[in-house]
Design a protein around this ligand. Sequence first.
Ligand code: SAM
Length: 216
Amino acid sequence: MSQTTPTEDKKPGTTSHNIFARVYELLNSGLAESNFMVPLRREMVGKAHGLVLEIGAGTGLNFSFYQPGQVERVEAIEPDTAMLRYARERMNTAQVPITLTQAVVEALPFADGTFDSAVATLVFCSVNDPVRGFHEIMRVLKPGGTLLLVEHVRSQGAIAARVQDALAPVTKLLAGNCHWNRDTAYTVAEVGFQVTFKRNIHSQLMPMILLEANRS
Ligand SMILES: C[S@@+](CC[C@H](N)C(=O)[O-])C[C@H]1O[C@@H](n2cnc3c(N)ncnc32)[C@H](O)[C@@H]1O
């Protein structure tokens, strides 16, 4: 059902976070993934349709949630060589065709107006230039195409947000460039997406959003 691109030449922005990828894979075999993240992945990834772009596929944990009959094909991109190794192993969990390419969201190797849906889960905390990334997603989505996000974001509480600001340099260093304090919903709207659905999952230090938005 799936295929990898034949060559993975070093491209600008690509990384190799070997230790983080190993720790991430280990953590995701635990209860936080199965009890908390799996229902969120099922809900949001399950909304994808047609030709789908997945951004920052990581270790491939979303692959099994694409619905056959609803999704024609998934073009998954991931910049990190270590993550890609796990993602490649997980391609056989998919029920739809998936192509995996080493690339960054800030420079998507796809033509304008290609995709019906774009999916990103826990990605935009790590992206170097989120504004440029969202502009690129808007470029490659068809008019009316849908952006589907699950992201952890900046706390609404002033004190908790300050704690996030203080800890962000540490998470950037130790957790694959994770900026723990980003207001991703604000950036999505700022770039010009029409937000059609947003659900907040409240938590002091790790609030999350589920967000659906359209390219106008
Ligand atoms: C915390 S992991 C999440 C992986 C996966 N989406 C998931 O839900 O498990 C963050 C991922 O974003 C990727 N990433 C970081 N910067 C990126 C960029 N500029 N473009 C695309 N993906 C990026 C990382 O390599 C990493 O695999």
